[in-house]
Design a protein. Structure first.
Length: 216
């Protein structure tokens, strides 16, 4: 099996590198945009108990939406290609981060906030210099979960001719029994796992650099 896998990879390095780059780039961009949207939503609702509870519940329920069904619905207004893939992945990327961001912001001790107010900091300055830094470890955990999920789900966008390694997997599965079919699917799967490991290692390093020692 390993020999056949190596034989399949040999001579296809440029194609595989390009597909890997596409997959990693799409995952990175959608996770970044989704995380920014999620934090913005969390900032808007975390001080409002009813809205924060509804947002938490909605984000958890939304995770149960089948990705293929959502992708199929997006084909109608946006057609095939990158646009429906980007929207679908951004939607799913935001969901784990929303919950963690709300929980992280609400867990900031009231005494810390009062102390910040006592030295004359404005609400927005308290948010950016006190609350978000304290909540950051929890938010980063959500981003790590989101990243792993999006790298995996990213393979599905091949159904709408989206970019990435999903095309290798689905083309291989559709040709099972044919030449190089199993090797094609296995190569796509292995490369997706490697992307996930690299991204997670990068986020762990980011946490070590950005999280204060007292919060880690």
């Amino acid at each position: 099996m390993l020999v056949k896998l190596w034989d399949y990879i040999s001579g296809r390095e440029h194609t595989l590198a390009f597909l890997t780059y596409q997959h990693a780039s799409l995952a990175f961009q959608t996770t970044l945009v989704g995380s920014l949207i999620a934090v913005a939503i969390a900032v808007a609702v975390y001080r409002l108990p009813l809205f924060s509870a509804l947002t938490l519940t909605t984000s958890r329920v939304a995770l149960t939406i089948p990705s293929l069904a959502l992708l199929a619905l997006l084909i109608v207004p946006f057609g095939l290609g990158v646009v429906p893939a980007f929207i679908m992945l951004t939607f799913y990327a935001a969901l784990p981060v929303i919950g963690n961001a709300i929980v992280g912001l609400r867990s900031v001790p009231a005494s810390v906030i009062e102390s910040a107010k006592g030295i004359g900091l404005s609400r927005w300055r308290i948010l950016f210099t006190v609350e978000l830094p304290i909540a950051w470890p929890v938010i980063l955990t959500g981003i790590r979960v989101s990243t792993q999920m999006i790298v995996g789900i990213g393979a599905i966008v091949a159904y709408v001719l989206g970019p990435g390694l999903g095309s290798l997997i689905f083309n291989g599965l559709s040709r099972l029994g044919g030449a190089n079919a199993l090797e094609m699917a296995a190569t796509g799967t292995i490369l997706i796992v490697l992307i996930a490991l690299v991204f997670d290692a990068a986020l762990v390093l980011l946490g070590r650099v950005t999280i204060a020692k007292g919060l880690s």
